[in-house]
Design a binder for this molecule. Structure first.
Ligand SMILES: Cc1cc2nc3c(=O)[nH]c(=O)nc-3n(C[C@H](O)[C@H](O)[C@H](O)COP(=O)(O)OP(=O)(O)OC[C@H]3O[C@@H](n4cnc5c(N)ncnc54)[C@H](O)[C@@H]3O)c2cc1C
Length: 429
């Protein structure tokens, strides 16, 4: 292996492979280093990719991308006391054009994207972990992997959540528990025909669910379910702070979610074939990461590029777009012959042009808002309590809806606080 490349990319997740692909197309010699035995082997996520950045990066992506199903049905389900209240939206346009989103399995999706980077000319090596950044005169000059010291004009750190190398480079502060959640996921195998019938979707169509309320057993967080071809991805993202504070066990929380009657109805007869857990950087721009330094750029989860606003969960699309933005910044730096932090400073402009930073800014306060405990206990309880009373006819005398609402809300929380929560929610989401 050569000991010098124009660019070294650490991590063959979506951010790293997109960066390597875009750099190779610009005639950079690129080394893409992945610690897993294959790209995606170690990676997990909920299950949905928003496709928009693929239309520009790989215009023919639909020819061979390992899509499980295109999402055409969205559901938000509130759970409390064994009951559920669902808000459902379906439209064929959800699975169409640039607005399409699809379910995927990470080992296949990441492997596919890494192979596209290889096909463009990047060199992919797997089963090798980058241990250190190669520093010279206070700037990054390459990476150290085992006995190898590999030099490069620019290093793109796409190492995923918590980014220890980004922390060492001083680009990411030490992340305290409020900034990080824990993601848990099970893959539940079900025949394709059962999925189509149960979720009322066509052969290529799929459904996405967000669960709020009792899903996370009193911890701040929520659940998700995505339909794949012949399995569903079922999981939770919960506050790591609450897990520690309430001494909750991750498997017990997952079991509680899985056993909820509304969830059981969806996975009935299925067999759990995989279980995994992963950290999720939840504060987005609130993580106060710096995106570039001398000879180094940070992309994807390592930079905190993740949006969870309660109804959409986006990380993969932002990772791909930020990888492309990193490559564009490296091209600008090469034109100036300056790979210092100043030479790479156009990264932020490219992140903005690709709407990574703008979308993160739009939902800047969502992460903080979703730390409000009332969203996960009081409000689902009120919503389901009111709905149950509205639909109950038992001969015991019916009240008007306004009276039911007044009675259910009495003594639960000051009205002013609820109104304030509502306004803050509308603003942050
Ligand atoms: C439970 C859960 C559900 C999620 N659901 C969704 C969803 O439905 N949709 C969505 O868009 N996003 C979702 N996300 C977020 C999404 O997974 C991430 O935002 C996305 O994977 C970030 O991509 P990345 O390339 O930055 O990092 P990663 O995908 O984490 O890739 C980093 C890569 O770097 C490698 N690596 C790390 N350190 C080194 C090293 N030192 N040397 C060599 N290689 C290294 C890793 O092995 C890995 O392959 C979810 C996350 C979780 C945890």
């Amino acid at each position: 292996m050569a000991e010098r490349f124009d660019a070294v990319v650490v991590g063959a997740g979506p951010a790293g492979s997109a960066a390597a692909l875009a750099l190779a197309r610009e005639r950079f010699s690129v080394l893409l280093v992945e610690r897993g035995r294959a790209a995606g082997a170690k990676n997990m996520f909920g299950g949905r990719v928003y496709a928009w950045p693929l239309f520009d990066l790989l215009p023919e992506w639909q020819k061979d991308c390992p899509v499980e199903r295109f999402v055409t049905r969205e559901s938000m389900v509130f759970l409390h006391g064994g009951a559920s209240l669902a808000l459902q939206f379906d439209s064929p346009r959800l699975g169409d054009g640039r607005a399409a989103s699809f379910t995927a399995l990470r080992p296949r999706f990441d492997d596919w994207l890494a192979k596209k980077a290889e096909a463009a000319g990047a060199m992919l090596i797997t089963g090798i972990r980058v241990d250190e950044l190669l520093m010279e005169g206070g700037r990054v000059r390459g990476v150290v992997a085992g006995p190898d010291r590999i030099q490069a004009d620019v290093v793109v750190l796409a190492e995923g959540a918590m980014g220890p190398l980004a922390q060492k480079a001083g680009l990411l502060p030490d992340l305290a528990p409020p900034a990080v959640s824990v993601g848990i996921k099970e893959t539940v195998d079900l025949p394709a025909a059962t999925i189509q019938e149960r979720f009322n979707v066509g052969e290529k169509e799929g459904a996405a669910f967000v669960f709020a309320g009792e899903a996370s057993m009193g911890l701040r967080g929520g659940g998700f379910l995505y339909t794949n071809k012949a399995s569903v991805s079922l999981g939770l993202v919960v506050s790591s702070e609450d897990l520690a504070r309430k001494k909750a066990e991750v498997p017990a929380v997952m079991e509680g979610f899985r056993m909820h009657p509304a969830v059981q109805r969806l996975i009935r007869g299925g067999k759990v074939s995989e279980y995994s857990a992963h950290l999720v950087p939840e504060l987005g721009l609130g993580m106060r990461a710096r995106f570039s330094g001398d000879g180094v750029l940070v992309a994807g989860d390592a930079a905190g590029f993740l949006i969870n606003n309660g109804y959409t969960f986006r990380g993969v699309d932002l990772a791909i777009a930020s990888g492309v933005a990193a490559a564009r910044a490296a091209v600008d730096a090469r034109a100036r012959g300056d790979f210092s932090a100043q030479g790479l400073a156009s990264y932020e402009r490219h992140l903005r042009e690709l709407n990574v930073l703008t979308d993160l800014e739009t939902f800047r306060s969502a992460g903080g808002y979703l730390k409000n405990e009332r969203l996960f206990s009081l409000y689902p309880q009120l919503l389901l309590g009111i709905t149950e009373k509205v639909y109950t006819v038992d001969g015991g005398g019916k009240r008007r809806i306004s009276d039911i609402i007044r009675k259910e809300m009495k003594g639960k929380a000051p009205l002013l606080r609820m109104v304030r929560d509502l306004i803050e929610g509308a603003r942050s989401m």
